[in-house]
Design a protein around this ligand. Structure first.
Ligand code: PLP
Length: 412
């Protein structure tokens, strides 16, 4: 076992105590949870926020004049303010609560598509997108006849920026790109892409599902026009996510779904809509989820991005070194600017077998296509193994992974 020797002052043992699930065993072994890009574990403060609200402050929001409804509404709207501060948005009107990144991107395809995209208009994606940032645009292509263009990825896992420059034309209306790849870990140059898009009068949408959990994300610094993320990947609960959009653009977009909450006045002849952001939030929102998400964001704030980022960078570097030393192991995504993800294959062993055998050792990694089949096609493989890290992971857990992989390799 290697001692923790990281250039920062995170008290990992204390942090691990905040996450009750990390104390459990699987198959009689301590859990080594390295599937954080799929979802993160939850600190006690988030679990507590959920149960506290159901115990003490549960009532439907916005419509009630009674005490509990006002209290629940205050918590929900305070959560919106917390998200606004977290992403550096100018106004709370710009923070739309959704079910997650996937719903945020579908909202964009439907509603932005309706307002801004006509037949023949181009949406530029990249080869490293999650299916959530591909399929909604394909559905829109069927409805609207838009064109999709795809920026290729280099062998080391970077976007081919010269190709991006060529692919964007005066017909390009939107560039929709992940901030960090969930497979390669590559951190994409969002400001450069924003400049390229804006130079053609196009907008930039950032899928920040894999960046928001690992670094400070400021929509003004990124110079993007829209940004989507999921609560459950950033230590918050499942079922809540965010779409941030520039207010002037959101104003021009029609509602995504109809129902309660999003209306101003309904008659059978005509309905007028609520102001932003409620226009996009039909039905009872996940007000318990938003409150718990705010509690997750406050938890991150207390620890501080600098220390989290330093710790995760250390883990990623250490894991890359340890795994690269395993004979026959290939790492996908070797860019210097890389998030807390290491995807790999070992020659002659199917990733599913790797995952299954590691699981018996108590080590949870993800295997398969990672909802990025076009990217896996690019690397001519159907499956990869992926270890992904969070603030509570340790070098000792990476040692366990490397030793587990060596054991599995010797079985083949
Ligand atoms: N985009 C990226 C880059 C992702 O990694 C994920 C989930 O893994 C998603 C979108 C979809 O997120 P969700 O399933 O929370 O909607």
């Amino acid at each position: 076992m290697v001692q923790e020797s990281t250039p920062h002052t995170l008290d990992i043992e204390a942090i691990r105590q905040d996450f009750p699930i990390l104390a459990r065993e699987v198959y009689g072994r301590p859990l080594v949870y390295l599937d954080n890009a799929a979802t993160t574990q939850k600190p006690q403060c988030v679990i507590g926020a959920i149960s506290e609200e159901y115990r003490n402050a549960n009532a439907n929001v916005h419509r009630g004049i009674h005490y509990l409804s006002r209290q629940a509404t205050d918590l929900h709207e305070a959560a919106r303010d917390a998200v606004r501060r977290f992403v550096g948005a100018a106004s709370r009107a710009e923070i739309v609560f959704t079910r997650g990144t996937t719903e945020s991107l579908n909202l964009m395809a439907t509603s932005y598509g309706e307002a801004f995209l006509r037949e023949g208009d181009e949406v530029v994606l990249t080869q490293m997108e999650h299916h959530s940032n591909i399929v909604p645009w394909q559905l829109l292509r069927q409805r609207r006849g838009i064109k999709l263009k795809v920026v290729p990825v280099t062998d080391s896992g970077a976007l081919d920026m010269a190709a991006a420059e060529r692919l964007m034309t005066p017909r390009t209306r939107l560039v929709s790109v992940c901030h960090v790849s969930n497979v390669l870990g590559t951190v994409n140059p969002i400001r450069k892409l924003a400049a390229m898009a804006h130079a053609r009068g196009a907008h930039l949408l950032v899928d920040a599902a894999q960046s928001v959990p690992h670094q400070s994300v400021d929509v003004r610094k990124l110079d993007c026009d829209f940004l989507a993320f999921s609560g459950h990947k950033v230590y918050g609960p499942t079922g809540i996510g965010v779409l941030w959009g520039r207010e002037d653009l959101l104003e021009k977009m029609p509602p995504y779904q109809g129902g309660g909450e999003m209306i101003s006045r309904v008659t059978f002849e005509r309905t007028t809509y609520e102001r932003l952001p409620y226009k996009f939030e039909a039905g009872t929102p996940d007000y318990v989820g938003s409150h718990a998400l705010a509690s997750a964001l406050a938890y991150i704030d207390r620890i501080g991005w600098e220390r989290i980022a330093a710790h995760e960078a250390d883990l990623t570097r250490y894991a890359s070194e340890r795994l690269a030393a395993i004979p026959g192991l290939r790492i996908y995504g070797t860019e210097a600017d890389k998030g807390a993800v290491v995807s790999f294959n070992i020659e002659g062993i199917h990733a599913m077998d790797l995952g299954t055998l590691l699981d018996r050792l108590g080590i949870a990694i993800r295997t398969g296509h990672h909802c990025a089949q076009p990217l896996l096609d690019r690397y001519e493989t159907e499956s990869m193994a992926r270890a992904s890290f969070a603030l509570y992971n340790t070098r000792a857990e990476i040692d366990a992974l490397a030793e587990g992989l060596e054991r599995v390799r010797k079985m083949f």
